[in-house]
Design a binder for this molecule. Structure first.
Ligand SMILES: [Zn+2]
Ligand SMILES: [Zn+2]
Length: 135
């Protein structure tokens, strides 16, 4: 049996994999998520600060839900998320649909070792664009 201390409340619990958080804290987080989700849906123009204050939730936790694509923001929300690769406005997550697709293609292409066939390399394979976007 794998016993650990919960990262949130410090209580010992039977660790089953995933984040080291006990069942009670997991359920509390899930309840909080529903609360935040409802709040965001009803208050489409709420800022991050308003969400954190109204729902009594940590901003870090909200950001995690965004990265997990669980929280989706309206077009007119002041919380403007942009694709980490191309900067396009997105509603949730970290990348736009196009970049997600590109990444999937890149990963499958990497498995085929493209450098082994230099003649086939054309402009299309000029390598990843090294743009950095600052928030
Ligand atoms: Zn706990
Ligand atoms: Zn993108």
């Amino acid at each position: 049996m794998n016993v650990r201390n919960c990262k949130k409340c410090g209580k010992m619990f039977n660790y089953m994999g995933g984040p080291p958080i006990c069942q009670a804290c997991k359920e509390a987080a899930e309840k909080k998520f529903q609360e935040v989700k409802d709040f965001v849906r009803q208050n489409k123009t709420a800022t991050m600060k308003e969400i954190v204050e109204a729902c009594e939730v940590e901003q870090r936790q909200v950001e995690q839900w965004i990265r997990e694509e669980r929280l989706v923001f309206a077009q007119d929300s002041p919380i403007q998320l942009s694709c980490e690769t191309c900067g396009t406005r997105i509603a949730t997550g970290r990348y736009c649909e196009k970049c997600k697709k590109d990444q999937a293609n890149t990963f499958s292409a990497a498995g085929r070792q493209p450098e082994a066939a230099p003649k086939a390399a054309d402009k299309k394979d000029a390598g990843p664009k090294m743009y950095t976007f600052h928030k």
